[in-house]
Design a protein around this ligand. Sequence first.
Ligand code: TXA
Ligand code: MG
Length: 345
Amino acid sequence: KIWDIRTDQLKDEVTASKLDEIKTALEYGEVIGIPTETVYGLAGDARNPEAIQKIFSAKNRPGDNPLIVHVHSMDQLADFTEPLDPKVETLMKHFWPGPISFILPLKGSVLAGNTVAELDSVAVRMPSHPVGHAILEKVGFPLAAPSANLSGKPSPTDFSHVIDDLNGKVYGVVASDPATYGLESTVLDCTQFPYRIARPGSITKGGLESVLKEVVSKHHGDDERPIAPGMKYKHYAPHQPLVVVEGGFKNNTHLRLEEDQKVGVIAPESVRNLIPDGIYFISLCSGENDYREAGRNLYAALRKMDKSDVDKIYIHGFPKKEETEALMNRIHKATGNEIIKEESE
Ligand code: TXA
Ligand code: MG
């Protein structure tokens, strides 16, 4: 079932009846694709182990990878987390609703054990997408929601991606506006000091530190033990080999060498004129500094290449900066760390 609910239709009467249907389905333990500002999520009642099992099955997700629990109000947290540390509360009040999840100590047995992969902690998030938020508010109970893709595929940034991956495997999908961030939320582990970024996202280390007035550590590198279990799996990958071109496309010798192959390039529109004819070009963003736009478009570009007939894909590497960290983290995960450094002329 597909419910069309755009942000500008939230006040419509027909929307109210759609939200009622969605609520009833979720109460019955069904799972539904819902929009958030980061990526679409596959939502189910976080208290209901059968609903959660449906999420793992539909995605083909390993059972040791815990889900993020979504709420519409901070008051809901008291049912299943220990009382909030004042610092966590400060961060939540500053960044919520928005693209950050907090790992907190779990309390009691309100949440289903499989929601948190039997851990003694839980990741929580309050999305800002008006439609996602309205669904959470209507439903009233917490919704566990991983990204609504098949495990190993890029996260869905548009409802059509959810349908491509999960049609026939889930009860329904809410067709709404595309995700404005396009990269999954920052995951901050607040169960230890200093707090640690378990997954980089649009809310950066510097952004957190300026609110917290304290140092935040990072622990998500590939050479280290991943603390967010999900970070250890290969991710976001199209089926063809994908190589990141560090420093961007300049002389393109590697592109010219492969005349027998169909080659695809994902790069900013501003470098299109540097790419030889006959190469399938997908524009990632306008200019080389439009990182936000690149983040928003990355997964759709990877999905489009995946469906195309190219044999090999090259993707523009952005310079190492705080604002590009999440973007490059996802690009590196998709390439499996295949890197080419362009020689400068
Ligand atoms: O932006 C997002 O976070 C999206 C939208 C739908 O909210 N959700 C999302 O969920 O990306 P998922 O399941 O694809 O990624 C959740 C990440 C995984 O890497 C998981 O291992 C980690 O969060 N995680 C969840 N609970 C955890 C916990 N208790 N301890 C450590 N890591 C946890
Ligand atoms: Mg995911």
